[in-house]
Design a protein around this ligand. Structure first.
Ligand code: NAP
Length: 286
């Protein structure tokens, strides 16, 4: 598996398996077992997915040595602030049945970010996280935390796919030595993703599907990808992207699909903050 070398020397597999929107614990455990069997060695979960426990069970049951798996989780907003985040790290580790994660991210750029981030820094120093980072940090927020935090983030996980290629955000990440990681590398199928004619015709030249072509484009753009599927055959398909290389012309053609717009929502608006506060209140977390 190709890896990205993070700014603290940790090796992160370029392809992983994400478990967003698999809330049923038995189903999530089955999915992670299937993914590990398909060859994935990089898993992405979050406190807010409410399935860390299933991921931990699957890793344990799989028999794959823990040291061979790159495991990421994310701190949810209601746990922000130094003390709450410190306790929440230990709860995540307990649910994941491990004494360390490979990457711990702050899920959102709101609320007491610095307090929560200091808890991640301490977790890294204590060996509870091999790498730390952020998610959904737009270029200004990323520059801020990369400049003022004691430990520069290793990774920023942001919406990235062929329709939102994040060219400027990735320029800023490169400037600060922070690895780009894509969430929703298939845009969750939005915009008729899997029928895109450009991806279809380019993929056909290599005997590859739309999904494989889209993942390969991101990997060749030095973006880590974590596609999700609950179907074992699709997990295998999405994993099978390391035996071909898109030509420079094909890369340039796919670059033209970029609209530089989110297909979900921006994270730098008052409405985004209000939406997240709504979630938290709705779940009785504040
Ligand atoms: N940090 C954040 O804020 C954030 C936000 C969103 C996601 N994420 C992470 O990123 C991961 C991936 O993003 P995502 O799950 O939102 O969306 P995604 O990976 O872009 O798309 C998943 C969708 O594509 C379908 N699919 C997968 N492989 C396919 C294939 N080969 N052919 C046709 N359809 C296929 C899946 O359907 P089936 O499952 O039915 O196959 C599912 O509907 C998440 O699981 C999560 O770990 C992070």
């Amino acid at each position: 598996m190709e890896c990205a070398t993070l700014n603290n020397g940790v090796e992160m597999p370029m392809l992983g398996y994400g478990v967003f929107q698999i809330p049923d614990l038995a189903e999530c455990e089955r999915c992670v077992l299937d993914a590990l069997e398909a060859g994935y060695r990089h898993l992405d979960t979050a406190q807010s997915y409410f399935n860390e426990e299933a991921v931990g069970n699957a890793v344990e049951r799989s028999g794959v040595p823990r040291g061979e798996i790159f495991l990421t989780t994310k701190m949810w907003l209601s746990n922000y602030g130094y003390e709450k985040a410190t306790a929440a790290i230990d709860r995540s580790l307990a649910r994941l049945k491990t004494d360390y994660v490979d990457l711990f991210l702050l899920h959102q750029p709101f609320s007491d970010v610095y307090g929560a981030y200091r808890a991640l820094e301490d977790a890294r120093k204590a060996g509870k996280a091999r790498a730390i980072g952020v998610s959904n940090f737009y270029p200004d927020r990323l520059a801020d935390i990369a400049s003022f935090a004691q430990i520069k983030p290793q990774v920023n996980q942001i919406e990235t796919h062929v329709y939102q290629q994040q060219k400027y955000a990735r320029e800023v990440l490169a400037r600060y030595g922070v690895q780009a990681e894509a969430w929703a590398p298939f845009a969750e199928g939005k915009n008729d993703f899997f029928n895109n004619e450009t991806l279809k015709s380019i993929g056909a030249k290599y005997g590859k599907s739309v999904g494989q072509t889209a993942l390969r484009f991101l990997i060749q753009s030095n973006v880590v990808v974590i596609p999700k599927s609950v179907h074992k055959e699709r997990m295998a398909e999405n994993f099978n992207v390391f035996d071909f290389t898109l030509s420079a012309e094909d890369m340039a053609e796919i670059e033209k699909l970029d609209t530089s717009e989110s297909l979900f929502f921006r994270h730098d608006t008052p409405e985004a903050v209000e939406m997240f506060i709504g979630y938290i209140k709705g779940r009785g977390e504040v």
